[in-house]
Design a binder for this molecule. Structure first.
Ligand SMILES: [Cu+2]
Length: 266
């Protein structure tokens, strides 16, 4: 499965996991409520225009109050809001934190790339940087590919702890239903789970400076055995950046920056 935006798509991206499925359900509920209310209000409006036109209704009513009607148009919207609020709060708390996380990933945002740390797998840390447009291969997504994707095992609940090093960023992967601010000086928890093998694309979702537009996220969900093989190779490849259990709050930028940042103005 590929979780990515598509040209002319109308709805939400397809769900790659249970949180996004819950978001779909909530979206469908609110959508149909909106359809019913819109049709009802439009029909009443048309009926009033027709029924109470000056031609059909030459003597206008002088009523200014109608207690039962006023109670009805107060209570009914309250009930509609309750029908929205209850599943809305349930969804907020569902995505708030992992109940039984199988593993934890520290996500650190920088201007303008991400770094990921695996504290349960030897605490290796690596940076994930955008692939420049001229290096995109056929079949890849422009502005969405990275050099080192975040790899997770399919079916595992992954606790995500976000941090920031400079300004506020936002870790956002639509098809997994995850979005969390990454704020300097704070650690914020959320979680996600991919219940099918696939590649899920996201981006920084908080305007964070000149290159905010090119701060993509790629999450690859792979079978457990493949994940373990990736961890084994990653621990060797990223051995030099391992720094214990602390979140990677000050990972140095790589020497070869693929993205040219704008020169600071004086
Ligand atoms: Cu950002």
């Amino acid at each position: 499965m590929v979780g990515a935006p598509r040209a002319w798509a109308m709805g939400l991206q397809p769900a790659g996991g249970p949180i996004k499925e819950a978001i779909h359900d909530f979206n469908t509920l609110v959508f149909w409520l909106m359809v019913v209310i819109t049709v009802l209000v439009a029909a009443l409006l048309v009926w009033c225009v027709w029924r109470f036109s000056a031609k059909r209704n030459p003597v206008a009513s002088q009523n200014s109050h109608n207690t039962p009607l006023e109670i009805a148009w107060t209570v009914l919207p309250v009930l509609v809001l309750l029908v929205i609020a209850i599943p809305s709060f349930r969804l907020i708390y569902y995505q708030d934190r992992a109940r039984d996380a199988d593993m934890t990933i520290n996500v650190t945002a920088h201007q303008w790339y991400w770094s990921y740390q695996f504290p349960d797998h030897g605490s290796f840390t690596f940076d994930s940087r955008a692939v420049a447009a001229e290096d995109i291969r056929p079949g890849q997504f422009r502005n969405l590919e990275v050099d080192e994707p975040l790899v997770i095992p399919v079916g595992s609940s992954v606790r995500v702890l976000t941090h920031g090093t400079d300004v506020i960023h936002s870790f956002f992967v639509p098809s997994l239903g995850v979005q969390r601010y990454a704020i300097p000086g704070r650690t914020i928890e959320t979680w996600f789970k991919a219940d099918r093998v696939g590649t899920f694309y996201g981006q920084c979702n908080q305007i964070c400076g000149t290159n905010h537009w090119l701060m993509p996220i790629v999450v690859k969900a792979v079978p457990q055995a493949e994940f373990e093989a990736w961890v084994a190779s990653a621990r060797t490849r990223f051995a030099s950046t391992t720094d214990g259990n602390a979140p990677a709050v000050a990972a140095a930028p790589a020497a070869a920056e693929p993205i040219q940042i704008a020169a600071a103005r004086q």
